[in-house]
Design a protein around this ligand. Structure first.
Ligand SMILES: Cc1cc2nc3c(=O)[nH]c(=O)nc-3n(C[C@H](O)[C@H](O)[C@H](O)COP(=O)(O)O)c2cc1C
Length: 356
């Protein structure tokens, strides 16, 4: 029997549950920290829409669009099909794509094709493998080789593990393990959160162990505290639903590290305006998970391709009215932050980042 369809396989079952719960999570209508970041409207742009170029450098990679599909799926029949659809969107639009955690394929090679379908569908695209921080060196190498990956994402997800009844309880080996893998694997290693954001203390540790790429993946979008609580019988830890650091505040926390690290932003990016705010706050590129999942599952591949094209086009329109032709200029355009964000900076003894 093909394990892909075996309903008793716990890991496959869990991945399907995560996808189902994520799809059921309504797009956050609660106020987002993105709403506390304001560009200053410029009435007399000095260039035309066609002059805007939002291409970005991410280490060795040149991205025509500063967007990527972030890690989600693989490890089951259903998520094999999702990876195939996401890869078709990545291929058509030229944006990078990360697959979901590959531990399923590392432990059960029969499940590999639920990930490698992304490489088959998009043979020349930028693909990121994804593993957890407890992965063995051999496992990390297997994941990279299977996918013929261009970069490796290592996810750090302590709150999710702790809320998950069957989750990991051992974390102290993560730092050394991440360091050893990053030293050994000869490609960009991106340490990413999963929707809980990153503090400057975490970034300092990552910098100290030689990490050059981080994805802050902040609070405000997919919420794994809520998802794991829903999977608990009595939802005992629902009071943790608001745990984490928003994507905007995480980006503020990255400020002292932006010269030494490539910062990626994801988590609750709802609109092209949110994405432009991430870039203005120092992100090199902007990732979306749930939005892309919804697109391919509810609207289909063609609609998802159109969604990405329109998203990019609208980012360019916003560039015009901030009078920034490219990302470098955008980083120097004036922004005003809400009193809450200013207070965050003050309490965290951070350099003020409103630009006037
Ligand atoms: C269904 C689903 C599965 C996910 N699985 C993974 C995973 O396997 N590995 C990982 O690093 N992140 C995983 N994530 C987290 C995303 O990569 C991302 O960090 C998070 O969802 C925040 O982005 P969003 O608000 O755009 O969804 C998953 C997200 C979703 C929605």
């Amino acid at each position: 029997m093909n394990l892909l369809s075996k309903p008793t396989d716990k890991r496959s079952q869990r991945k399907n549950e995560h996808v189902q719960h994520a799809l059921n999570q309504s797009l956050q209508t609660a106020p987002s920290d993105f709403d506390g970041v304001h560009f200053i409207h410029q009435s007399l742009p000095s260039f035309n829409l066609d002059d805007v170029n939002l291409s970005a450098d991410l280490g060795p990679f040149r991205l025509d669009l500063p967007l990527y599909i972030n890690a989600m799926t693989g490890g089951s029949e259903w998520t094999r099909s999702i990876n195939g659809k996401l890869a078709a969107v990545a291929e058509a639009t030229g944006i990078p794509m990360a697959v979901g955690s590959m531990h399923a394929a590392i432990k059960q090679p029969e499940l590999s094709d639920s990930f490698t379908i992304a490489r088959e569908t998009n043979p020349n695209g930028l693909l990121f493998a994804n593993v957890g921080a407890d992965v063995s060196m051999e496992g990390a190498k297997t994941a990279v080789d299977l996918l013929k990956a261009d970069a490796l994402q290592i996810h750090i997800n302590a709150p999710q593990e702790l809320i998950m009844p069957e989750g990991d309880r051992n974390f102290k080996a993560w730092r050394d393990n991440i360091q050893q893998i990053a030293e050994e694997i000869d490609m960009p290693v991106i340490v990413k959160e999963v929707g809980f954001g990153m503090s400057k203390e975490t970034l300092q540790i990552l910098k100290n162990i030689g990490i050059k790429y981080t994805d802050v993946s902040g609070k405000g979008g997919t919420n794994f505290a809520t998802i794991e609580n829903s999977r608990r019988k009595n939802q005992e830890m629902s009071y943790m639903d608001n745990w984490g650091i928003s994507t905007v505040t995480s980006l503020l926390e990255t400020k002292p590290f932006q010269h030494d690290m490539h910062i990626l932003a994801s988590g609750g990016v709802r609109t092209p305006l949110d994405a432009m705010k991430c870039l203005a706050l120092g992100a090199r590129a902007v990732g979306m998970s749930k939005m892309m999942l919804e697109q391919v599952e509810h609207s289909g591949v063609e609609a998802a391709i159109e969604f990405v094209d329109q998203f990019h086009h609208q980012m360019k329109k916003i560039a015009v009215i901030t009078n920034a032709k490219n990302i470098e200029e955008l980083r120097n355009r004036p922004i005003v932050l809400s009193p809450e964000l200013i207070s965050w900076q003050q309490q965290r003894s951070m350099e003020q980042q409103g630009r006037f």
